[in-house]
Ligand binder design. Structure first.
Ligand SMILES: O=P(O)(O)OC[C@H]1O[C@](O)(COP(=O)(O)O)[C@@H](O)[C@@H]1O
Ligand SMILES: [Mg+2]
Ligand SMILES: [Mg+2]
Length: 335
């Protein structure tokens, strides 16, 4: 039972029994994420003071110039997870291939794989706008005791056992679900403890915020153009507002609290959109559905898509249920 101001540590222990396979392993994994989040938060907060702004000098498999904080966050999460030997594999936006993690006696006994976007919203790092970390957790499908394979990562989002994000913003929050609702915890920086500040988060069914990079408008499919026009002109008696931070985590977090829709459609610039299915869309879709919202590629629920590659991209429509349904209507009508 969620109690306001409960610490994250208490919440994890008190809710462990809710979890079908509860053996404490998932709790230890969430605890490790909590620790890595604090390490990254410390770096993000002092980014301007020490030489960790700007580019790291390498390009990742996405063809993006890695920011120094992309690399720092990636290393912090990988090190924390490896040292605690609680996952058997890690997939990351910043690593070309998945990482196999041996257990204590090189026995590959661990049950979980994690996929992550260690630093989301990289284009906002240098300009002091909120950024995040996104994670998605699955039980492996290959037999324990053998090294993980790509199969363990290419699972439909519906198989996720947990997912969440950390937002490094005006305050630092960790928001996650294990399939029993969504809860948000705020870090008290003075004592380094996360407290339950947002119990049982819910997406309003309807909202008035639309979040899309309108700079790409001319390249969008007709259905998306029609929906944006609807938001701008014909939204009946409620004025819509355009809000776009350019950090997926921050745009969806705001929309979950206020009601809204986030869209990163396909376009003539990006045939499959920009966002990555496994460590951006699936975890945010799981959280959104657990909070009563909806997430699709414009036609199919994100969580029902069968992944084919570690870094594949998909179009993404996510947010308040009625708003996503409206956007899907416009997409269907423009076919
Ligand atoms: O600048 P654009 O094309 O609008 O893209 C912004 C989107 O790209 C992202 O920055 C991609 O994530 P990364 O920063 O992790 O690569 C999202 O957070 C954001 O919503
Ligand atoms: Mg990202
Ligand atoms: Mg990233």
């Amino acid at each position: 039972m969620a109690r306001k101001n409960q610490t994250l540590g208490e919440f994890i222990i008190e809710n462990q029994s809710e979890f079908k396979y509860s053996s404490g392993e998932l709790s230890r994994l969430i605890n490790a994420i909590r620790l890595a989040a604090k390490v990254v938060n410390h770096q993000v907060n002092k980014a301007g003071l020490v030489d960790i702004l700007g580019e790291a000098g390498d390009t990742n498999i996405q063809g993006e110039d890695q920011q120094k904080l992309d690399v720092i966050a990636n290393e912090a999460f990988i090190k924390t997870l490896k040292n605690r030997e609680i996952v058997c594999g890690i997939g990351s936006e910043e690593n070309d291939d998945f990482i196999t993690v041996e257990g204590h006696n090189d026995d590959h006994k661990n049950k979980y794989v994690i996929l992550m976007d260690p630093l989301d919203g990289s284009s906002n790092i240098d300009v002091n706008v909120s950024v995040g970390t996104i994670f998605s957790i699955y039980r492996r499908v290959t037999p324990s005791g053998s090294p993980v394979t790509i199969e363990d990562f290419l699972q439909p989002g519906r198989n996720q056992v947990a997912a969440g994000y950390i937002i490094y913003g005006t305050s630092t929050m960790l928001v996650y679900t294990t399939g029993h609702g969504v809860n948000g915890f705020t870090l008290n920086p003075a004592i380094g403890t996360f407290y339950l500040s947002h119990p049982n988060m819910k997406f309003p069914e309807e909202g008035s915020i639309y979040s899309v990079n309108e700079g790409n408008y001319t390249h969008f499919p007709q259905g998306v153009k029609n929906y944006i026009k609807y938001c701008q002109e014909e939204s009946g008696n409620r004025p819509y507002t355009s809000r776009y931070i350019g950090s997926l985590v921050s745009d969806i977090h705001r929309n979950m609290i206020k009601g809204g829709i986030y869209m990163y459609p396909k376009s003539s610039l990006n045939a499959k959109g920009k966002l990555r299915l496994l460590y951006e869309c699936n975890p945010m879709a799981f959280i959104t559905e657990q909070a009563g919202g909806k997430a699709s590629d414009g036609y199919t629920s994100i969580l029902d898509l069968q992944p084919k590659e570690l870094h594949e991209r998909v179009p993404f429509f996510c947010g308040s249920k009625k708003m996503v349904e409206k956007a899907e209507d416009f997409m269907a009508k423009s076919l």
